[in-house]
Design a protein around this ligand. Sequence first.
Ligand code: C2E
Ligand code: CA
Ligand code: CA
Length: 403
Amino acid sequence: MSGIPGSGCPGRLLILDDEEAVGRTLGFIAEEIGFEVRACTRPAEFFATLDAWEPTHIAIDLVMPEMDGIEAMRLLAERGCQASIIITSGVGSRVLDSARRTATEQGLKAVNAISKPFSRELLRRLLSGGHPHSGTRLTTAGAQHVDAFVITEEQLRSGLEQQQLQLAYQPKIDCGSGALAGFEALVRWAPTPALLILPDQFVPLAESSGLIKLLTEQVCEQALRWFAQSFAAPTALTLSINFSAKNLADMHLAEWISDLCRQHGVDPAQVILELTETSAMDDPVKSLALLTRLRMQGFQLSIDDFGTGFSSLVQLVRLPFSELKVDKSFVMTALESHEARTVIKSIVDLGKSLGLRVTAEGVEEAATLDYITSVGCDFAQGYFISEPLSGRDAAAWAAAAKG
Ligand code: C2E
Ligand code: CA
Ligand code: CA
């Protein structure tokens, strides 16, 4: 994924492992596939090399005498490190799993974990970016994607004013029949035709600067227009749109989006508004009023990234949701992590017992789709089914799926 542009070299791997022999083995495998490699056994040397050499990939041991891997990753996150991280360790899969999640939550990119002794093949796949867990995926062909980009509020405001947002649409299928069930709209920002910035780089800024209202309105307008133009009513397909917690402060939202649906001839029952677990629980009393209104207008409501927050069951039962989306961090690791499978199964059971539909996102392999289907998930979304597509490609995908 993050090779060195124009150099023909797939990347620079920096290793931190207190056992020299492990570093050598790792380095040897990486060199075989063309990587430049530096291995360090001590943290001080590691951080000095990091600054001077700017690796594209970092392999880090969890258990080390001077500084453990968790602390090292915290320091990496603090420095805004953009390298892909591979955690290597002999500790059990449960510890590796939580180390990986901790690192991801701190903002590190493309964090993968492999157990020692590691298989040559797996390491090779991780380094080549071929492994399903590798961070950012490309969506709209031809454009360069930007991982780390310093954006100012003024730039974002002017981008919004100039209507530079684009939407990608990711198909969602019915697990039982495999049929297309709908699409999720995912926002991108294209300041120039050659640049496509992913939402994690600008949605938080939009939220903190008050631009989120404008952003959400533009997303809803584009998505509903696309949906109405691409699928003649009546259609059974659904359109999912992401909302931010900040949008819940806008009490007129329910009327505004209902009007918009009316203008486009879209039935609100086909529109699913996705809210992250934490956002819906931020101010449950206020959320309840607005979410109830939205439900009364006919919209479906979904809890996104479920499993990453700390919702109380009481709130979950109180709030009028119709769908749970199992966070992709569990789904992506389902095949290798017993803990992830346990979480998925518990979430599905919880959802079912509350009468909610359950969607698994982040399905990257056929076996994962089989697994989530076997535990009772209703819908699936992920790279195995399709990456997010441009509006035109998504409509073509739907037509082809119909046969
Ligand atoms: P999300 O709502 O959880 O969306 C799913 C993200 O996972 C998308 O990233 C999607 O491209 C990616 N994804 C889909 N399938 C797979 C898979 O199989 N494997 C992996 N590793 N990733 C997969 P994207 O487009 O970068 O969006 C990131 C987040 O930005 C979204 O997470 C959502 O929280 C936020 N976002 C996107 N569009 C909007 C929007 O219009 N408004 C707001 N407020 N937030 C948005
Ligand atoms: Ca979502
Ligand atoms: Ca999600």
